[in-house]
Design a protein. Structure first.
Length: 255
């Protein structure tokens, strides 16, 4: 029987000394992480880590990701959720310009002690074992482009991106709160995206697939936010169109 593991990150605040500036808090991002951990637990995922604020460092994330990768076997599932700040920074590697980004910006996750950019996320995904399954739920600003390495056609990708995409041996889906040029909305109860997912999930009673979940989330999202749902890896489209969200049963792909 396959197994399922999850890691959840929620950052209300970051270290202003590391960032060298004051950054406003993300209200209830910790609750968003706990909400997704509750969903994962209800779906029989084993929580490897739930890290909030000061515990949610870059090193912790890289170690947690590596830990899960080291125990994944063919058919196993891995869920990663993040709630907090996202950011855009000038591209220094030159891959964004090659990729076709006229603004030449990299997107990244704001961990407590610093940023991890989309380039590194691509490298981490390339390290996922063959025939495993990956689910990402990302509730932060600019999160729509954190999957940029699989969005465009091969002719538009840099050589580095092509190599990473060609090396992907897993299957999965990337759910994000907004497009790459949008800021995710929230209120006193947490991120709107996370709240909508929880509402539609209906304590495990949602019977559609990932595409249907995405469509319903989009319908009830603020007009200034455009959620994203993108396939990842070898059989991403089959996974999105055939599988019930957050169930760790891959038989739906072969039906």
């Amino acid at each position: 029987m396959n197994k399922a593991y999850s890691i959840h990150y929620g950052l209300r605040t970051v270290d202003k000394l590391k960032y060298k500036k004051d950054i406003p808090p993300v209200v209830m991002a910790d609750q968003d992480a706990r909400t997704m951990a509750e969903i994962a637990s209800a779906e029989q995922f084993e929580p490897i880590a739930i890290r909030i604020d000061e515990e949610a460092t870059r090193r912790a994330f890289l170690q947690d990701f590596e830990t899960v990768c080291s125990i994944l076997k063919p058919g196993d599932f891995f869920m990663f959720t993040f709630a907090g700040h996202g950011t855009q920074v000038p591209d220094t590697s030159g891959d964004e310009a090659k990729y076709g980004d006229k603004k030449a910006l990299d997107e990244g996750f704001c961990f407590h002690d610093g940023v991890i950019l989309d380039d590194k996320i691509a490298e981490l995904l390339a390290g996922l074992p063959e025939d495993t399954f990956f689910i990402a739920v990302i509730d932060c600003c600019y999160s729509g482009d954190l999957y940029k390495f699989i969005e465009e056609t091969a002719s538009q990708q840099s050589e580095h991106v092509k190599e990473l995409v060609d090396s992907f041996k897993f299957t999965g889906v990337w759910l994000s709160a907004v497009r790459e040029n949008e800021k995710a909305k929230g209120d006193e109860n947490g991120g709107i995206f996370t709240q909508n997912i929880k509402k539609l999930w209906k304590e495990g009673r949602f019977e559609g697939n990932y595409v249907e979940l995405y469509n319903q989330v989009e319908e009830i999202s603020p007009s200034v936010n455009t959620p994203r749902c993108k396939p990842l890896g070898v059989r991403g489209w089959q996974f999105m169109e055939g599988c019930v969200p957050f169930h760790h049963d891959a038989s739906c792909i072969d039906e």
